[in-house]
Design a protein around this ligand. Structure first.
Ligand SMILES: C[S@@+](CC[C@H](N)C(=O)[O-])C[C@H]1O[C@@H](n2cnc3c(N)ncnc32)[C@H](O)[C@@H]1O
Length: 251
């Protein structure tokens, strides 16, 4: 006897739902739809606290998750997309394959405000790239860390994310506990145990949500509530190197 399908994904904020129901399927990428719940909870949390800011992704490939961040952001909030793009010799662990022209076409076709996304080509671990990001003087409320997948990349990219995160930001790290890319989990451990101030909040769909430490407990309470309200999820409270977070999987 085959198992019945799992309960549906809970309804998302209208902008995120519109993206998931439409453009999502037309943009090639490496994101599980359940990860959208992380953005949805963060968006509701930030709206309830009056938090604004832009969006930033390190490692954009063809823009599937960048466009999710773009749909989460409010009107006029700026965006930044960072990737090595065609300079794939710098993609040393061969995770994805940025293609600038494809990204630009996807942004033109599917972004709510295509003109607001600045594109930066560079190696996220290079000091010059870091300076170029900081020189923009922007802070971001939605950040995705999905560039190089070695421990060094993950730890360095989390430090950059920490520097440009607005209070109450949602920082989403891809491939937590993906056995094909163990460096991400190793890099997260290095970051957390060497003074990093982002804190784990929750995990679903292969992505970990983190937030600045003064905000993470409150964001986690909001995430836990959302998971508990949906029959789709089975939830466990766990900890990683002593840092607690809420883990959900599809029932
Ligand atoms: C797994 S893909 C990103 C997937 C994307 N977030 C999505 O929504 O589908 C990883 C991306 O990181 C880029 N990348 C790899 N190493 C990088 C580095 N050192 N700096 C910036 N980008 C890098 C690759 O070119 C690739 O596009």
């Amino acid at each position: 006897m085959s198992r019945p399908p799992p309960p549906a994904l809970p309804a998302l904020h209208p902008r995120l739902q519109r993206y998931l129901d439409g453009p999502w399927g037309k943009v090639q990428g490496f994101v599980h739809p359940d990860a959208m719940v992380l953005l949805d909870v963060a968006l509701a949390f930030q709206e309830s606290h009056g938090i604004t800011g832009g969006f930033f992704e390190i490692g954009v490939h063809q823009g599937r998750f960048l466009l999710a961040l773009e749909h989460a952001a409010g009107t006029g909030e700026p965006g930044l997309a960072l990737d090595v793009f065609e300079d794939q010799a710098l993609n040393i662990d061969k995770s994805g394959h940025g293609q600038r022209a494809v990204l630009e076409a996807n942004l033109a076709a599917h972004a709510l405000e295509p003109g607001r996304v600045a594109i930066l080509q560079g190696d996220s671990t290079a000091p010059a790239t870091r300076r170029a990001v900081l020189a923009r003087g922007e802070s971001y409320r939605f950040i995705s860390v999905d560039g190089g997948h070695t421990a060094g990349h993950a730890a360095s990219d989390l430090r950059l994310a920490e520097e440009v995160a607005t209070p109450g930001a949602a920082v989403v790290l891809d491939d937590f506990f993906n056995t094909g890319f163990p460096g991400v989990t190793e890099g997260l451990a290095q970051y957390l145990t060497s003074g990093g101030t982002l804190r784990p909040v929750g995990v679903i769909g292969g992505k970990m949500l983190l937030s600045p430490l003064s905000w993470s407990d409150r964001m986690r309470a909001a995430l836990r509530k959302r998971f508990a309200e949906s029959p789709r999820f089975r939830v466990r409270e766990v900890s990683f190197f002593g840092f607690p977070y809420t883990q959900a999987r599809v029932a």
